[in-house]
Design a protein around this ligand. Structure first.
Ligand code: IPE
Ligand code: IPE
Ligand code: MG
Length: 238
């Protein structure tokens, strides 16, 4: 059984509450997203410093296309600016940037900057920063299933070769370890279609703090609680 008391290797975050943060301050929602980008910077730097192996951030869900066009356009522009603006920071912190989700459906100007950032950082050996963009957990499972069906049809794969381990190889990031800790800000008690396959045994930690207010001290709180959790994986107390 995996011992706790340690740092999580992989942290995933549902960064929620940008809109409510802005409303509370009588600002436009986009101001909340801008302030949220600042929190991303700080938390990424902190996690890299702490030797977290992977940080996966839910930045845009498939369901977020339901939002007004104006908000979506501003979010995409913010994402592009973030990708360009963070290249120095990514390099200095030896971070490798990756993405999960149906990224091929994102606007071209986002895809372009994303591939430049990924290409520039691909040799970095420190923390993996994975952005979930146009991501949906059910879609990820469907996309994996389609690849498997294709290989079965072509005779490259046998039915009995489909196992939990081999299934993982068809997900968006085959090499990633499952998140140990899933943080959600903004207080909602739901997973909103995030990493459905991967969070099967993640420890959950929800805070009412809105994402733009989330800082190093909140991260420390989550890590302290994680260190106190006993991960039994269905087994018995040691
Ligand atoms: C999360 O904040 C950011 C994205 C989903 C892009 P929200 O925009 O969902 O903020 P709330 O939940 O309305 O406060
Ligand atoms: C989840 O937040 C998605 C992201 C943080 C990108 P939402 O605000 O979209 O989720 P719901 O609507 O509360 O489920
Ligand atoms: Mg929300």
């Amino acid at each position: 059984m995996k011992k706790n008391g340690l740092l999580p290797e992989h942290i995933a975050i549902i960064m929620d509450g940008n809109g409510r943060w802005a409303r509370q301050k009588k600002l436009l929602r986009i101001k909340g997203h801008e302030a949220g980008a600042e929190a991303v910077r700080e938390i990424t730097r902190e996690c890299a410093k702490k030797d977290i192996k992977q940080l996966t951030l839910y930045a845009f869900s498939q369901e977020n296309w339901k939002r007004p066009k104006r908000e979506i356009n501003l979010l995409m522009k913010l994402l592009k600016d973030f990708l360009i603006g963070e290249r120095g920071e990514i390099r200095e912190n030896n971070i490798r940037l990756t993405a999960i989700g149906r990224v091929w459906e994102l606007p071209d100007f986002v895809q372009r900057e994303l591939s430049i950032s990924m290409e520039q950082s691909k040799m970095n050996t420190g923390m993996v920063l994975c952005l979930a963009l146009n991501y949906g957990g059910r879609s990820e499972i469907i996309d994996a299933t389609k690849k498997i069906a294709e290989e079965l049809k072509e005779g490259k794969l046998k039915l009995e070769e489909i196992t939990e381990e081999s299934f993982k190889k068809y997900l968006y990031m085959p090499d990633m370890s499952d998140p140990d800790l899933l943080i959600r800000t903004g207080g909602e008690m739901r997973v909103s279609n995030f990493l459905l396959w991967e969070i099967s045994y993640a420890e959950l930690w929800v805070t009412d703090t809105y994402w733009p207010d989330f800082r190093k001290s909140h991260l420390e709180d989550a890590l302290a609680e994680y260190a106190n959790r006993e991960r039994r994986y269905g087994g018995l107390k040691e």
